[in-house]
Design a protein around this ligand. Structure first.
Ligand code: ZN
Length: 295
């Protein structure tokens, strides 16, 4: 009788046994950077061990894997990233290690069955419509892996949160008069954010789509200055943590307020404004709204 009870306890998912076993062997979900890490935590909850490769306050552009990432990559059940264009270092790792199947490319997957070209949107996390598609893809994949939790409820809750961020920012940007909605951004990261909220990115300081700071030319400086005067642009956005010398010279020569520093590229450490996708969008969105309104 005692043996049968013991066997029954071992093979049944009783909380004291099953709970401990699950706690020790949660599937590891590794995210490429902090925005995705936030979504995995929100959707996957306590069902997974969630880690990020690129830490808080660090952007994905120009990132390179180093040997210290090897252990996390090896342990990961799933690695979640945006697209092979955005994280080429991860695509290369997947190929070299025959782990392509372990990588979930959120934005590639979310747009796989549409005519939409995903290479167009390397910063899809700034657009609530794209975020909803990507979070759906994530919830479905996490559900298949199964961390002991149904991700559907968390997903539906989070949709409400995304909609509420969208609504709040949409209302704010509607206050900006139509003729005052254009700004210049540091690199090409806010095109879809702007389109979604009825704003215009008139030009960028760094010509290509990455955030890496190649020194913009004197010619580009003159072009931007002419553009600012022609379109009566008053706001120049810089990426937090990047060199702002070029932007500052531009604002001085054009007689504009100092550059507005925003951080849409990553999340902040826990407990600070911008520590979740929701907070990052609202914090930066409100600052941009205020700057456009005050100009
Ligand atoms: Zn960027």
């Amino acid at each position: 009788m005692f043996i049968r009870l013991l066997v029954a306890l071992i093979f049944s998912a009783t909380p004291w046994f099953g709970g401990r076993a699950i706690a020790q062997e949660k599937p590891v979900i590794l995210s490429s950077f902090t925005v995705i890490h936030d979504w995995v935590q929100v959707i996957g909850g306590k069902g997974f061990e969630s880690k990020t490769i690129i830490p808080t306050r660090s952007e994905a552009h120009g990132f390179q894997l180093s040997p210290r990432h090897a252990k996390d990559l090896r342990r990961a059940t799933l690695i979640v990233a945006m697209s092979p264009d955005f994280e080429p270092w991860l695509a290369a790792w997947g190929k070299a290690n025959q782990r392509t199947d372990s990588i979930l490319w959120l934005h590639s997957e979310a747009t796989a069955h549409t005519s939409h070209d995903c290479a167009d949107i390397p910063h899809a996390w700034t657009d609530p419509i794209e975020v909803k598609k990507m979070v759906k893809v994530l919830a479905e994949r996490l559900n298949k892996i199964g961390g002991g939790l149904d991700t559907q409820i968390a997903y539906e809750q989070y949709l409400k949160e995304i909609n509420s961020v969208d609504k709040e920012l949409s209302q704010l940007f509607r206050e900006i008069p139509l003729g005052k909605r254009a700004f210049i951004s540091h690199h090409a990261n806010l095109g879809h954010f702007a389109k979604h909220f009825g704003l215009t990115v008139a030009g960028t300081i760094i010509a290509n789509g990455s955030g890496e700071s190649a020194d913009p030319s004197a010619r580009h400086f003159s072009e931007l200055l002419a553009l600012i005067r022609k379109q009566k642009i008053r706001i120049i956005v810089t990426d937090e943590g990047q060199n702002t010398a070029f932007a500052r010279r531009l604002t001085e020569d054009a007689g504009l307020p100092p550059p507005l520093s925003l951080s849409f590229e990553y999340l902040e450490p826990l407990g600070q404004p911008g520590d979740t996708w929701t907070s990052m969008m609202l914090t930066n969105g409100k600052r941009l709204h205020q700057a456009l309104l005050n100009k």
